[in-house]
Design a binder for this molecule. Sequence first.
Ligand SMILES: *Cc1c(COP(=O)(O)O)cnc(C)c1O
Length: 382
Amino acid sequence: MKLTEAKPDQIIPVPPLNLAANFTPLRDEIIAGVTEIMDSGYYVLGPRVEAFEADLAKYCGSPFALGVSSGTDALLVALMALDIGPGDEVICPAFTFFGTAGVIARLGAKPVFCDIDPDTFNVDIADLERRITPKTRALMPVHLYGQLADMDEILSIAKRHKLPVVEDAAQAVGATHNNRMAGAIGDFGCLSFYPTKNLGAIGDAGALLCQTEESFTKARSLRLHGETKKYHHRLIGGNFRIDVLQAFILQVKLRHIDAWTEQRRAVADRYTKLFAEAGLAPELVRLPIARIGRHVYHQYVIRAPRRDELVAFLTERKIGSGVYYPIPLHLQECFAYLGGKAGDLPESERAAKEVLALPMYPELTEAQQISVVAGIRAFYGR
Ligand SMILES: *Cc1c(COP(=O)(O)O)cnc(C)c1O
């Protein structure tokens, strides 16, 4: 079926995600390993986790990788390793997942929000630098939707101001620029393996990439309540451990991540082609702009007029979509104490009103993509 021939009644349902499809081809290998782990009686940390950490560090080109309980905890441990606390400020974008800023506030520090570049949805470099004060203790760029933030500029700002950089690479496993990989460019890189992420566990998990042995040793201690040796605590950490089952499954899946990324990129190219064919872009909807390095398309996000009506229209036809994120962080209720108001960060606010993520996964078929684009075309009456 060609897009131009798609009739309204040929619009087929497209699920927003299909996580099981990702598991099916690896089923036998994973089930065998899971059985072995169950029989071993060894379920948390230990040699199998270390084996995964070694593979992950190698894949990311990072000297050290530490498996942790979630992407959020990776961010938290990074800030704890930097001793960030009350009186400190940490700069992050206003347009990101809540967890990025939540960890700053949880440590008693002040999240300082900067605006985003309207093309890439990542930090606006000039605005980031403008918000640095004598209290700033770290910069936290996010590689939103799978595209790297402008790390060359961010690292040069960081160097000028002598600030550490914590990358929120939760959506960008495998994204590269100039042969450097997301998470392995700044001082710390935080990955999430939440099931919907590009490299997904079967529950919660994450990893922290560290550049120095000193920071790695400290982060590893923080992962286990700040233990230096058993029952001796030099620091106050937490339980940020990763399970053996998750580490094992991630280790198996890591071998396929590059193939899946290529499939995602092919899906993105197909969307772009279909939108042009349908006469929807660039006139009506704005398509993603891949400006920096290898975009891994955690999401394929368009800007769409009358976005909320479009979502309702697609939902009615069982075509999945998602809004990441509808409220910028400076306008979240829990951050009202920071005094943010509408109008403060115009690009973040505009993005929150316009963005729409379309179904995006390696297994997405051309027929499904045609259905998505035909559905959008039907909404706009084209
Ligand atoms: C998913 C995500 C996180 C948090 O990861 P969890 O594993 O869900 O805790 C943090 N930041 C961004 C940008 C994310 O997308």
